[in-house]
Design a protein around this ligand. Structure first.
Ligand code: ATP
Length: 202
């Protein structure tokens, strides 16, 4: 799986639809302070399922929507589309039936976020899992924020271990185990209810 294109519409300072080609090898983004370099990295993190507004340097998630400027009015939605080359067919099961994946996340004011993969509505959890299984995602150690290196040096061993686990691609397994444990607990509670009902009927 390889990222090939990023398209931003109404996302932070990128009010007009903006396409970025991610070529083979190293891609550098250069520009003056405040031109939107960090916004690009945030768009990448966001489309992969980031849920923490703080990680987007905002107070609420709707802060990613273009807020308006002297000559442009604010927008009502923001959208990021990430195109992935899946010709090696390394995407997780359920997403592996095409050579190209187009992941779209759109947030609309007062409505919230919606995701699509190849034009099909998809749950946020499934998009997050797609990237976690591919050892990437919103929390990927491959996306390095400003100040993150010193945070990592000062981090507790438990938090550093989390970075290694994410890099190894086992973050998705932890999430699945957590969901399975919740299901097990619900089932146990249901069984107790069934016992109560049987006792009441006996
Ligand atoms: P530096 O080199 O200083 O780190 P940068 O190139 O990384 O800067 P960013 O931090 O990505 O720049 O972009 C900041 C710009 O994005 C600011 O001009 C800010 O006003 C603009 N911006 C952020 N959120 C929004 C929004 N919701 N609507 C409009 N503009 C926004």
């Amino acid at each position: 799986m390889r990222f090939t294109k990023l398209r931003l519409t109404g996302f932070k300072s990128f009010v007009d639809p903006t396409d970025l080609t991610i070529a083979d090898g190293l891609t550098g983004v250069v520009g003056p302070n405040g031109c939107g370099k960090s916004n690009l990295l945030e768009a990448l993190r966001w489309v992969m399922g980031e849920t923490r507004a703080k990680a987007m340097r905002g107070g609420g998630m709707e802060d990613v929507i273009f807020a308006g400027a002297a000559s442009r009015s604010a927008r009502n939605f923001a959208e990021v589309c990430l195109t992935i080359d899946n010709s090696d067919r390394l995407a997780p099961a359920g997403f592996n039936d095409s050579d190209q994946l187009e992941i779209v996340r759109r947030i609309t004011r007062d409505v919230g976020s919606a995701y699509k993969v190849n034009s099909k509505d998809t749950r946020a959890r499934d998009v997050q899992m797609l990237f976690a299984d591919a050892s990437t995602g919103a929390h990927s150690p491959a996306l390095v924020r400003q100040g993150q290196i010193s945070e990592l040096i000062n981090a507790k061993p438990k938090n550093r271990r989390k970075v290694l686990e994410d890099a190894a691609g086992i973050g998705g397994l932890y999430q699945r185990r957590h969901e399975a444990e919740l299901k097990l607990k619900n089932t146990e509670a249901n069984l107790l209810r069934v016992d109560d009902v049987i006792e009441a009927l006996a």
